[in-house]
Structures are given as structure tokens and as C-alpha cells.
Design a protein around this ligand. Sequence first.
Ligand code: NAD
Length: 732
Amino acid sequence: MKLINFRFETDADGIALATWDMPERSMNVITPEVMAELKAIIDKVASDEAIKGCVITSGKDQFSGGADLTMLQGLGMEYAKLVKTKGEEAAMSYFFEESRKLSLLFRALETCGKPFAAAVNGVCLGGAFELVLACHHRVISDDAKTRVGLPEVKVGLFPGAGGTQRVARLMQTGDALQMLFKGEQIKPLPARSMGLVHQVVAKDAIVETAKAWIKAGGSAIAPWDDKGFKLPSNKVHSAVGMQIWPPANAIYRRETQGNYPAAQAILSAVYEGLQVPMDLGLRIESRYFAKILRSTEAAMMIRTLFMSMQDLNKGARRPKAEPATAIKTVGVVGAGFMGAGVAYVTANAGMNVILVDRDQEAADKGKAYSHKLMSDQIMKGRAKTADREALLERITATADYSALSACDLIIEAVFEDPKVKDEVIRKIESHIKPGTIFASNTSTLPITGLAKSSKAADRFIGIHFFSPVEKMMLVEIIMGKKTGDAALAMAIDYVRAIKKTPIVVNDARGFFANRCVLGYIAEGYEMLLEGVPPAMIEAAGKQAGMPVGPLSLNDEIALDLGLKIMKATEVQLGPKSIDQRQKALLIEMVEKLGRIGRKAKKGFYDYPEGAPKRLWPDLVKLQPTHLKPEQVDMQTLKNRLLAIQALEAARTVEEGVVTDPREADVGSILGFGFAPYTGGTLSYIEGMGHARFVEMCTRLAKAYGARFKPNKHLIEMAKSGGSYYAKQKKAA
Ligand code: NAD
């Protein structure tokens, strides 16, 4: 047996140990070669009489992250080729057989007649955990980093190598569906109580414990292959079963709005699979898997949420020639809402923070926020008191600017006022050492303009956080006209150090994310003014896949801020730059009625104490006209709400604000929750095809206004059949 990716040895007791340890890879992944070797191992164990059973473990710190997604993508390409050469049926038949190879391999392991036990340490996810689930006995380590789970649904797929069938036979159906829908990484003890694994032991003892189970006569028959097997939630068509499925369907619809075919496939595969024996159940699962694998949603989600996200997190946009930076101390100036959050995430990543505000009291207040966040973590059992003390130790709160001399990077988060910023930048620069990189967290002021207050515009950059800082995973890095590579390199290194995802954009009003999301909010105003019932506007937003409706988002951000931005835009760019009817609506809400949003407990919604928020009943009185629900087409509302954002993203590409499509896609999902099933703003366009998108926008422009007019670059691409990702493909 020639093995490259595994080591295989048999001990004196006749128990084999297959150690998965791929050369030149930091992490094991399932590839065609791994599958071939695993098959050889199964055959060997099954046929060699001297071998009693086999333990599978990993030779690395982690078990494995699962299947190589590029392998699955390759399958899709092969399918597309075959459709052209041999027709749809032959292509589909090839695709089905290929896409279920892993499932058949794991089933072969499960039914080979010899007991297999898994000994797992570290991360074990996706296809790798499906391998483990196929083993007759599962031992995992109690190490703090050990996690098991089936996260496929997060990239638009679902566990297609037996995961849906085995999980649903191991635990109550409701729990199984939840686990498969959420795709969470599960810690060792919860994994054991859920019935996913049998034993949790010390890291050093996993292999011996797994071997001991085989030695003690562990059975080579999976519970579901035993004649007496009963489903944990009884039969699907039983009184108990019928208590599960109607609510399960309702929860699925509520959570996905029917936008995620993979989630629906999970529901169907479990529902149908539990009514038949295991082999047939696996075949049903495979059918759904092949269908989902070919879906646009899976293709787009894999590209954005797996490939692109990984690239950006690894620093794809970092200038290669710049030497690695060592950021030890970061100065955060302005300890308000944002500064306090920035101080926390920075100290949490192990860096020292000098937190400066106008007086000691304000600086201390900013530091107290870290105390609060860490105390919340302690309450939830996620941190220890000592962790909080160590983190607070790293933050120096002061009103003394001279303390900033120790910093490698400055992030200013003072009031959004050009005069205040100008003064603060000059003052800071009189205290910092030469070479320090200076970043502003401004959300609206051009970086190129702010850089004029600096002595070194090449070291001046924007690092734009989203609120709440500790929760939002995106950071926009903004390049001023003169910003140099050293500043960009340090900004990216910093964002990576705090474990957030950086996107790099060029300086322009609203940068990228805010600019796109403003269109979403404004479309909500437009619909109100057209007389669309408010509840339908909100429902359309959610059904389109946005986390909240446009009116709700408005309340969260605060209407007074929206009005302020609108007025500032009008002052700078003239009365035609904004919509006067929208402004009048906001003036009514903010200045006349004081309904500024959630922070005042009244906005487009009411926020009654101890009860869920509800749309403000009198909002309809502010609408100049009213449409009856039957006069409104929901699909058009949904199209408008997504298209307006996607169009803005397309414009940022044409204007050179965004230069890499991965950043627009990842940025739109992480920054403002743009319908994740689409793969992001640009992938939404590509998923439906440029020509169709242009045609739809042209129709919308005729009916609703010039804001829907497709831009030139988009029209050109629709004609030429181009792609935003063409450059990326070439580079690869
Ligand atoms: P904030 O009013 O909560 O905090 C500003 C802080 O700056 C206050 O603590 C104030 O005392 C301090 N400050 C003012 N002048 C100072 C000076 N001369 N020296 C030292 N400290 C001074 O404001 P915020 O919401 O935290 O916003 C700060 C910056 O972050 C702004 O540029 C804003 O545009 C940007 N931003 C805000 C958000 C958001 O959601 N609030 C999101 C992204 C970016």
C-alpha cells in the first residue's frame, strides 16, 4: 500500500493506526488523493485478518477543515463542459456519481466489517467530521481548541457525505435540524451531550482510548445498521414526528425567507432520508447534494464567503515589497463611542493602547467600556477575571498627548468636525516619533483632505471601523491620494492582527459600504412616499435577504444622523444633490416629531418597554398617498432594494473606488449584511447575468427614476459578456 498523505502502522494487538498527515500542507484537507488512500486503507483493514480494527487520527495540530472546495468547484466546471459535449443527461449522471464518491467511501468504511474509531484533536469540520461520523466510535480531545461541526451551509452547501443522515439518526430531529442549519463549531463537551461523539479525553490519550475501545471488542456495526434501531424522534409519520415537521418548516421559512436552497435541501434530505434505510437515505442526500452543488447560490457563496474572504484575511491586498510590521503600541485619540471600541479590540489582540481624550475623565470612561465588555465575557464564562485585568493593564487612559510618542500607529476617532480633526492631527503629530502611521476613523470626511493637516500625507490613511466595533468584522482601509505603501501595509497588518477583514478602497464620498447602504435606506423613503404600506417595505427588505428592513435600519443608525448627512451634502454639492421630498420627510420626523430612532425609543418604529418593537401606527399619516397591498408587487420591491445597492457598487468599480471585486462582495456582506446568498453586491449582478441585470435596471429606471440607470461600464460588460472577476481569473 503506497501512502503519501497517511502513515499506517499496526501494533502488537493487531490494531491499525492511520495517521492523516499531508506533506507540505499546514492543514489536512480531503482531496482526490486522500480519498484514494483512504479507500486503500479501508480495503487493507477489511481484508487483512491480522488487523482487528483501525483508529484514524491526524498527525497535525488540527484534525482537518474538510473537503477541498476547489475540488468541488472543478466538478462544476467539468459538468459545464460535459453539457456542451455530451448533453445534459450525461453530464448530470457524471456529476451525480462523482459528487457522491465521498459519501460512498465513508459508507464503505462504515460497513467494511471491522471497527473503525476516530481520535480527534483540534478542528474537525465539514467532510472531515462526516468521516468521523462514519466511524463506529468517536473520541475527541478536551483541548480548548477542539471543535467539531458541519459548517457547509455557511457557504451555500450542505453536508453531502452522510452528514444529514447520520446526525439525524444520532439525535432528536429538531436538534439535528438546528445543528445542520446553524453550521456552528461545537466544543467537546456539548458535542458529547448532543451524542455526536462518545468520549472526551485528554489530548495525549485520544489514540490510546480509541484503541482500547477496539481492543475491548467495539462493534463494527453502526447503530442504524442494527435490526433493532429506532429513530431518536420516532418515525417521521407518527404523532411525535408530526409535532416536529410543521414547525421545522415554519422556522426554515422564517430564518431563510426561502433564499437558501441548501437549507431547504437539508430539510428535504432529513425528512425523506429518515423514512428509508440508510443506503437509500444516503442516495437521497446525494441527489440533493448534486443539485445544490450546481446552484448559483453555492457558487457565489463559496467564491465570496470562502475563497475571497480567505484571500483578504491573508492580506491579499498588502503591498508585497513592504517588510512585515511589528505593531506593539497603538494610540487611539478620542475615547468616545468608536474610540472606546477600537481600544478594546486592539488590547484584546495583545497590543498596548494609549487612549487619549480631552480630559482624564473622558479617557477613563472610554477605558471603562473595555471593563464592561470583558465583564460580560466573564459572566458568560468566556473569559477569566485575570484576562480582564491583563487586558485593562494594556490600556493607558490619559489626557496627556506626549504619551503618544511610544506609538507605532495612531487611530484618531474624535468628533466628525474638520476643524477639530485638523487641530487634533497637528497636535498629535507634534508628539509622535517619525515614521508613525496616522489613521483616521472618519466616516464622511475625505482622507485626502484630512491628510493636508498632516506633515506626512504618505503616512496618512483611513481605517474606517463599523459600529459596534467589537462585533462588526469589516474594516475599510481608505487610501488618500498621497497615501503610500508603508501606511497601507501597516493598516492591513493591524486589521489582520485584530482578526477583522480588511478591504482597501480609494478615497470618495461615503467610501464603499456606507455609500451602498445609503441607497437601501433612501429606497425605503421612496417607497414610503409612493404610498407603499410600511409593513410591506420592511417585509420586502427581509425577504430580499437583508438582515433588517430599510426603515428598521434607519432607526438603528438614527434619523437625525441621516438628516445631518443630507444637509451637509446639500451644503457642499447644492440642492439638486439630494431629494427634497426625502429631506422634508426626515425634517418632519426629526425636527417636528422628535422621532429620531431607536436611541429615543421612537422613530419609524415604536419601542415599548418590555415588548417587541412595532411599526409606528401613525407613519401612514405622513405618506402623501396610499397604495393598497394588492397594488404593490413584492418582487419589484425586492428587486429595487437589492438593485439600488448593487448599482452603487457597480459605480464604485467604474469610478475606481473599489479596484478588486472580492472586496466589494465581501465588504457588502460583512459591512451591511447584503443578502449573503447572492455572494455580495457584484456577485448578485453576475449571478443573474449582466445583461439581465441591465435590462431589469433599465425597466426600473423608467418606472421609478434615473437612480436605477445602469452605468456605462455595466452596460459595456452586458454587451461584451465580461465579468468583474475576469482579472482575478487571469491572475489565478
Ligand atoms: P463620539 O462623540 O462618541 O466620540 C468622540 C470623542 O472624541 C469624544 O470622547 C470626545 O471627547 C473626543 N474628542 C473631541 N475632541 C477631542 C480632542 N481635541 N482631543 C481628544 N479627544 C477629543 O463620536 P464617535 O461616534 O465615536 O465618532 C468618532 C469618529 O468615528 C468620527 O470621525 C465618526 O465619523 C467616526 N465613525 C463613527 C461611527 C459611528 O457609528 N458612530 C462609525 C464609523 C466611524
